[in-house]
Ligand binder design. Structure first.
Ligand code: UTP
Length: 306
């Protein structure tokens, strides 16, 4: 099998990265720097997500962007001046790093004029899809889902069961209130116990009201029917169109929706606390920075008596 599955199982060519949000949880940094460009060690989050999309077999990445966030797309554009300087000074290691993003996947962008919600951001992509594209993958750049590969499993589930497939992480019960939480049913014929049928979804429930501990994890494989559903839902608070509401509408109409519970880890890059954990996690695994960071952290924690 080729990387990311065969054409029959993959079922999507386009991966969508919504990146037009305001990033308010990361102010003041996001006043001028798009949060998607904040580096995890030395690589912007958007490049990590683009790499995941490419690994999953997608052939193009459509970034939903907004005015003032041009740098997010520019990260994937060749910079001949910089490259020739690095080449002239023999910095081949840096040249390789600089070229990596532009070689990952074909990148396009669509502009969301106003931040009218994740659902609205996704709806902006419909006009650039080819007629024969039945499904899209959506990857939220705030979410780092590791190890990579969950989109492959999700594509296999769609190939078998049709409809749309979402991704969940099993979180501790006392943390459910921070997430969108799935209401699920077991599938009697499932070979993989981590594939479940979704019967509903609750945004940020109270612990006692949560239907499960399966929290949405920023990866979606959505049937093209999502665009029609997005046209039929009504905007919620602040005029925002919620992707969750469109998915709930599809479920209520009998569209098959399943979830793959990802048994790995996830970092939320959208807030400083989650971002710092991701940076430390990646840095500890880095040959270049890991050993000295580990030593410093150990000393630092001893100093504070932790
Ligand atoms: P979030 O709500 O997590 O991101 O949206 P945000 O709005 O940028 O951040 P805060 O809450 O103000 O800190 C999830 C994803 O959807 C995108 C965001 O860029 C983020 O990647 N998004 C959200 C859009 O593209 N457009 C929107 O109108 C809203």
């Amino acid at each position: 099998m080729t990387q990311g599955g065969t054409n029959e199982t993959r079922h999507f060519r386009t991966a969508v990265v919504p990146a037009a949000g305001l990033g308010t949880r990361f102010l003041p940094a996001t006043k001028t720097v798009p949060k998607e460009l904040l580096p995890v060690v030395d690589t912007p989050g958007i490049e990590l997500v683009a790499g995941e999309a490419a690994d999953s077999g997608a052939s193009r990445l459509v970034i939903v962007t907004s005015e003032g966030k041009d740098g997010v797309v520019a990260h994937f554009v060749e910079d001949l001046v910089l490259e020739s300087k690095l080449m002239a000074s023999g910095k081949s290691h840096l040249l390789e790093k600089v070229r990596k993003a532009q070689g990952l996947i074909e990148v396009e962008s669509v502009v969301q004029d106003e931040p009218l919600g994740l659902g609205h951001a996704v709806s902006c992509v419909e006009s650039v899809l080819d007629d024969d594209e039945d499904a899209i993958a959506v990857l939220l750049p705030d979410d780092l889902v590791m190890p990579r590969g969950v989109l492959d499993t999700m594509a296999r589930v769609r190939a078998k069961r049709g409809g749309s497939v979402l991704c969940a992480i099993d979180v501790p019960k006392d943390q459910v209130s921070a997430y969108g939480v799935f209401e699920v049913e077991d599938l009697p014929d499932a070979v993989n116990p981590d594939v479940l049928k979704v019967t509903g979804m609750v945004e940020k429930p109270k612990v006692e009201d949560a239907p499960s501990t399966f929290a949405a994890a920023g990866r979606y494989l959505l049937d093209r029917a999502i665009f029609d559903a997005l046209r039929r839902i009504t905007p919620g608070q602040g005029g925002e169109l919620q992707l969750t509401d469109a998915i709930a509408l599809l479920i209520s109409e009998g569209h098959p929706v399943h979830v793959v519970v990802h048994r790995g880890s996830r970092h939320d890059l959208g807030n400083p606390g989650g971002y710092l954990r991701a940076a430390v996690d990646f840095a500890l695994d880095s040959e270049e920075y890991g050993p000295s960071l580990r030593e410093w952290l150990t000393q630092r924690l001893q100093q504070t008596g932790q």
